[in-house]
Design a protein around this ligand. Structure first.
Ligand code: GLN
Length: 455
């Protein structure tokens, strides 16, 4: 199927940057051998999975969609990758993404964009457009993504698939190449809520290699999805976020969202409107915090330790000149923009005004969630304000692109879990619409109960 539809940077879905081929066949044979030896394997043993190219994998490259890491092979597997392998899953390849997960369209990949399987002239979302498109094009049944400000949920919304950002700390970040460490979370993507739950359970759990990993048992999301599938939501309190879904949201998105809310009521849920006034400030706060952390994290790409090294001509070349030449050649425009934004926001004299203020807003967003979850069990909103727009449409207007993250960002600022699931097609363009469900930290199972009831 990948050979049929994936194509390359010029044509086709282009969800994959690397396809494992022989290696995947050998891994599949090894799963059979394990089963033959009588080993107890989980429900996903033998199931093919695609992994976003931001997670390290031995035996295949990890590029983060960047020239600066082109051809680089990690000496170790990310914990998540180890968990997939332990579960007997077969990693068929690495999926395309915006460079270092900065973007909402996958157009910022140094290796060419992914195309939306619903319409190849449209964006598959980002930064994890590859992981979502691979599902929508039936190239693999499950993929792993990462979500710093919506990169699992927004691609799920615009491709008609399911994506979950777990509670911060619920899935290990060890081997997840850092963009903004206080916001980054790896998570499962699938075509149905139950499939996604099965993958979530493989990935979740405490990891001593990650200092922000949560202790204690992982949430029982598979049982919750099965419970929700009965369609009975009596006793569940659902809050519709007043600030997300009004002005600026496409009519077809609003219509499908309103229908989904009506279905929740029909299923017996108590639906109320909830105000989260500080969500209005989440977007600007994110676009200060995220570049600030990224500017620090990306300092490691210095032309010495990983990947690309560009040495300028001439004698007496200094380490600084190698760094500058390497970064000039290796980083794309959006990465450079954010590194400059971040270093500016962190610089002496501006730190309090920008980074400090953004951190205060982050606390206010967390308090909005605390107050809301004092009243309801889950919150709902549209995942994205519009359906998939055309490739190229927002490439020259970064602020317009950032604005599309308005509904997904609050969850990352507060560390709470979120799911996007498909709720039909918009009337005006026939493209998929996503519903977002948000739950309190460490209550990921609520997403699955409510999501499965809608499926
Ligand atoms: N679109 C957001 C950004 O560009 C989110 C990215 C992400 O979650 N990795 O930062």
């Amino acid at each position: 199927r990948i050979a049929q539809v994936d194509g390359d940077a010029d044509a086709g879905v282009h969800a994959f940057l690397h396809v494992a081929g022989e290696q995947a066949l050998a891994d599949a044979a090894e799963v059979d051998a394990r089963r033959g030896r009588g080993e107890e394997l989980g429900p996903l043993a033998g199931v093919p999975v695609g992994v976003k190219d931001v997670l390290t994998t031995t035996g295949m490259p990890t590029t983060c969609g960047s020239r600066i890491l082109e051809g680089w092979v990690s000496p170790y597997d990310a914990t998540v990758v180890r968990q997939l392998k332990a579960a007997g899953m077969v990693i068929v390849g690495k999926t395309n993404m915006d460079e270092f997960a900065m973007g909402s369209t996958t157009e910022r990949s140094a290796f060419g964009p992914t195309r939306n399987p619903w319409d190849h002239t449209r964006i598959p979302g980002g930064s994890g457009g590859g992981s979502a498109a691979a599902l929508a094009a039936f190239e693999v049944p499950l993929t792993v993504g990462s979500d710093t400000g919506g990169s699992i949920r927004q691609p799920a919304a615009v491709t008609g698939t399911v994506g979950v950002k777990p509670t911060y700390g619920g899935v290990s970040r060890y081997g997840l190449v850092a963009m903004a460490s206080s916001l980054d979370q790896a998570g499962p993507c699938g075509r149905t809520v139950l499939d996604t739950a099965l993958l979530h359970e493989v990935m979740a759990g405490h990891d001593p290699h990650d200092s922000t990993s949560l202790p204690g048992p992982a949430p029982q999301v598979v049982a919750a999805a099965r419970e929700g599938a009965s369609g009975d939501l009596r006793g569940v309190r659902v809050g519709v976020v007043r600030e997300l879904g009004g002005e600026g949201y496409q009519a077809g998105v609003r219509a499908r969202f309103d229908e989904a809310v009506a279905l929740l009521t029909e299923a017996g849920a108590d639906v109320v409107e909830v105000g989260c006034p500080n969500f209005a400030h989440a977007l600007p706060a994110y676009y200060l915090i995220m570049p600030s952390e990224a500017s620090s994290n990306l300092a490691r790409y210095d032309g010495m330790r990983y990947g690309l090294r560009v040495v300028p001509d001439g004698d007496g070349v200094t380490a600084e000149q190698v760094m500058a030449a390497t970064r000039a050649a290796g980083f794309g425009e959006e990465v450079k923009r954010r590194v400059i934004l971040g270093t500016y926001a962190l610089s002496a004299g501006y730190y309090d005004a920008y980074y400090g203020s953004a951190q205060k807003v982050r606390t206010l967003v967390q308090r909005d969630f605390d107050a809301a979850f004092g009243q309801v069990d889950v919150l709902v909103s549209p995942t994205a304000p519009t359906t998939a727009y055309r490739l190229g449409e927002k490439l020259d207007d970064p602020l317009a692109m950032y604005a599309g993250d308005v509904a997904t960002i609050p969850a990352n600022l507060a560390g709470v879990p979120g799911m996007s699931l498909p709720v039909g097609l918009a009337d005006e363009d026939g493209l998929p619409v996503g519903l977002q469900i948000l739950a309190p930290a460490r209550e990921d199972q609520r997403l699955y109960r409510v999501g499965a009831a809608l499926e």
